[in-house]
Ligand binder design. Sequence first.
Ligand code: AGP
Length: 611
Amino acid sequence: MCGIVGYIGESQAAPILLEGLAKLEYRGYDSAGIAVYDGTKINMMKSVGRLKVLNELTHDGETLPGCLGIGHTRWATHGSPTDVNAHPHFNMDESITVVHNGIIENYIKLRRRLESRGYEFVSETDTEVVAHLLDYYYKGNPIEAITKVMHRVEGSYALGILFKQHPDEIFAVRKDSPLIVGHTSDGNILASDVPAVLKYTRTVYFIENEEIVRLSKTNMKFYNVDEEELTKEPTTIEWDVAAAEKGGYEHYMLKEMYEQPKAVRDTISPANPRIKDNKIEIEELNMTDEEIRAIKKLYIIACGSAYHAGVTGKYVLEGLARIPVEVDLASEFRYRDPIYEENTMAIVISQSGETADSLAALRDAKAHNVKVLGIVNVVGSSIAREAESVMYTWAGPEIAVATTKAYSAQLIALYLLAMKFAYVRGQIDDAQLQELIKDLQRLPDQIELLLNNKEKIQRFANRYLASKDVFFIGRGIDYAISLEGSLKLKEISYIHSEAYAAGELKHGTISLIEEGTLVAAVLTQDTLYKKMISNIVEVRTRGAFVLAVTNEGNTEVEKTADYVIYIPQTNSYFTNSLAIIPLQLFGYYVSLGKGCDIDKPRNLAKSVTVE
Ligand code: AGP
């Protein structure tokens, strides 16, 4: 998704903007630009391509002098990636410039209205409409102009705005797209996300929907859409800069895979441990035992890997707590007019906490008086703040677009929830709970073991760089594992892959299996093991080469599969946390072998803050 930064202070703005944009690169982009006020006019430089192009064009910012500016990395939505479509965008007399993350959904209507009033557009973007609309409403009061624009535009936005007539201030406003502001040692800064400001401050203000910000060198003011001044409390960011850096690894994704043991430990036992006196305590749930016992149905709503964690959550919550669970893709849920019954609870899972579809689904559930629990990684993100309660996954900052440690932490959060609900609802007794806790607490070391034995999967991956189609099959929780294993491969290696419920293959897809087709079969569920062996035989007789991922001790699978990866023994509800490790490594090493951009795969963004 797009990233915005803004700075006003005693220092030269351009280098600060460029550095801030570099910290937002992980959000995915295809062009970038900055605009700086030099005391007389607003100068701008923008270009398609990576940030280094912009650094070269501006000699690392030297060609754009001034202490007030805004910058942007664009992930194209309206208008192809070109220099002209890159942000910032000017109004016609270049007295106003704007950067934008989000989508103005009614931009065509507004553009026509403005063109009929003589405004001339130079780009294909929705954002340029905002620049001209600000011009249309600006009569000397920027806050008034901004609130009028807010009443006219529909959609999502985080805007950074410069008014040439107000050279001592930067303005910003948000609706649905993230925005934070903070003090630096000699001024103030705004950005889409924490990594861009961490170098300057840990104390940030998360801007809420329809709040306006007015920054001067020494001052920070907040307003609501009625132009009334607001007071806001800051949040202290606990992350350290190193945690958000690569730490010597070749890629953020590899670093974050190796941080999974810590992410799992920290999610089991954060500052406020979730296991106390051998019981599961999740205080942030804010639910009494009675309320837990009263739950009649759960909706789990998410996108991408978070959705795959949710599919696992369904099996674990239904298996342990015997609560009916519906898992939905957020983009489907928000439009299918879901049926909310009495005592329904929704769980929205999101690493970034800013995914537009997941946020919209959360709002729909809340609008129907459904209790919403967020399982979120980014502290203070929109989903975290708008959910009734939030259970953080303490995975730390995740930069690689392909999630690994946050996904593993989401699984832990779901296991804890299932164990808590199962115990409170009398579905498991003390002995069973102790057994589960013991298995849960062994997971970090077992993950570490798998990571440290990566060579076998690395060698295997190098044999499949030229694959055209890869299938991942499994049953039950192993199907959920297959979903995530497939996504990891395709999103970073660009090899087509699909996950299939193994029992469903014979209903059509098996016709795609040819001589040499790679099939990854996941068989960690003892009760489904024999069925999976039959499915392996099915695809092998049609020419498939089968990689099996199974529990230590299942050696007879070697008679059936061509290549076997073993995972340590754990509770059958927790096997996803282990089986996904070799599949993450497989995707990583195939992508590495193909020379793909592992941390920033094409067309993808770390946080999809638009529909
Ligand atoms: C997973 O590797 C992808 N980056 C993507 O599927 C991601 O999980 C999805 O966009 C949801 O993001 P969120 O967890 O931040 O809501």
